[in-house]
Design a protein around this ligand. Structure first.
Ligand SMILES: [Zn+2]
Ligand SMILES: [Zn+2]
Length: 209
């Protein structure tokens, strides 16, 4: 069975193929694109922004930091089907503890009901959550994972790929981020259309890309 090139999950049904790579869905394809851009963020910019986020207030409860990545692990099963996944979140320690304990409880309720995956996986996911509560991220310095997430956030605004603009004639094509931006460009061009010249100028600019 194929595995997703972004999240590593096994693709059971469907999936999206881009070039030689396969992804669970468009979200995973976007994530892979975002990672490529995140790598382009300069180190000093990433370090400064990571420090700000780490010392800032919690995006979940608005309480005081330090803020870092807290990952909750889940599993659910239905007879022969078992699905595992992990959800990283940027939040404070107390939100992190709540999320992990909540996830452990959920695993306990819906993890078991499959054979053999559920029986094997449920204790593993519960333990991962409990270890996550016992071994919290270092509060003195941001984790490498937090920096990676911050880089992803910083990388995103540069995701406009100028070379893609001419393909905007088909924005209805099940799109990626590029297409979404192109659609917006198309709308903006249309709005400006009442002014005539402005629209022409915009259209020409796009073509020069
Ligand atoms: Zn995926
Ligand atoms: Zn919080």
């Amino acid at each position: 069975m194929a595995t997703c090139a972004a999240c590593g999950k096994t693709i059971v049904f469907g999936g999206v193929t881009k070039g030689k790579k396969r992804y669970c869905n468009q979200d995973c394809h976007h994530a892979a694109t975002a990672i490529r851009y995140a790598e382009l963020v300069p180190d000093d910019v990433a370090a400064d922004r990571t420090h700000e986020v780490h010392q800032g207030s919690c995006p979940k409860c608005k309480g005081p930091g330090p803020v870092d990545i807290h990952t909750s692990h889940y599993i659910w099963s239905a007879i022969i089907l078992t699905s595992w996944y992990s959800t990283p979140e940027i939040c404070c320690r107390s939100c992190g503890i709540k999320a992990k304990l909540g996830a452990a409880l959920l695993c306990m309720l819906i993890g078991w009901w499959g054979f053999p995956g559920g029986l094997i996986g449920t204790p593993i996911q519960i333990l991962r959550n409990l270890f996550g509560v016992l071994f919290m991220p270092d509060s003195k310095k941001p984790s490498a994972g937090l920096e990676a997430m911050v880089r992803l956030g910083q990388g995103r605004p540069t995701m406009v790929e100028p070379t893609r603009a001419p393909t905007r004639q088909s924005p209805e094509e099940p799109g990626d981020a590029g297409n979404a931006i192109e659609t917006r460009n198309a709308i903006e061009t249309k709005d400006a259309g009442e002014d005539g010249d402005a629209a022409d100028a915009l259209a020409n600019m796009d073509n020069e890309w």
